[in-house]
Design a protein around this ligand. Sequence first.
Ligand code: 5GP
Length: 205
Amino acid sequence: MADPAHSIRSHDTVPVPASLTVLSGPSGVGKSTVVRAIRRNCPQIWLSVSVTTRRPRPGEVHGREYFFVGEREFEEMARSGQLLEWARFAGHYYGTPRAPVIATQRAGLPGLLEVDVVGARQVRAAAPDALLVFLAPPSWDELVRRLTERETEPADVIERRLEAARAELRAESEFDVTLVNTSVQDVCAQLVALMTAQPVTKQAE
Ligand code: 5GP
């Protein structure tokens, strides 16, 4: 479990800024909130839009949060190599369209992918220079609270997400850097600093 005393932990050495950064971590930890804040405040960061077969939640817009597609369409995209990575999560497919990521990398722009742990491992294999960032909850209880307060999800879906979260937390050491989600604002600042080569200092909370 993440050490809430420090909001940044480097697992080895702090890596050089990468043009491709992956934000991962357990479901419910707040990845999409961080991505939303970056979309609003950091136009210099390109955000990948994933494809998914799950239904849109209230307020989600096709082409902004996700491209919402049917299972057959998704499977055809995966089969024909259009996805950089993909995974099945809580009964649905999720994947990253490959072409926009490559175009962004070629343009030398900082790009951010938000994916689950399975997807992060595939990005590591496909793009070894990518910076893998793990977003950790301040505590397990806090993660359970965030997941169970999501009123948009039925109980069996929450249970599946908690099950997945237990496994995802065990993957933290596979990542280059951990950011502890004590504050969305701090995490965004730390993430953008990592992505744009500004110096990052360890912060005591
Ligand atoms: P949600 O349904 O809550 O939006 O997302 C469920 C999980 O799927 C989250 O852990 C999220 O990070 C992950 N996810 C979103 N997009 C992708 C993707 O393109 N690939 C993979 N592997 N996971 C994704």
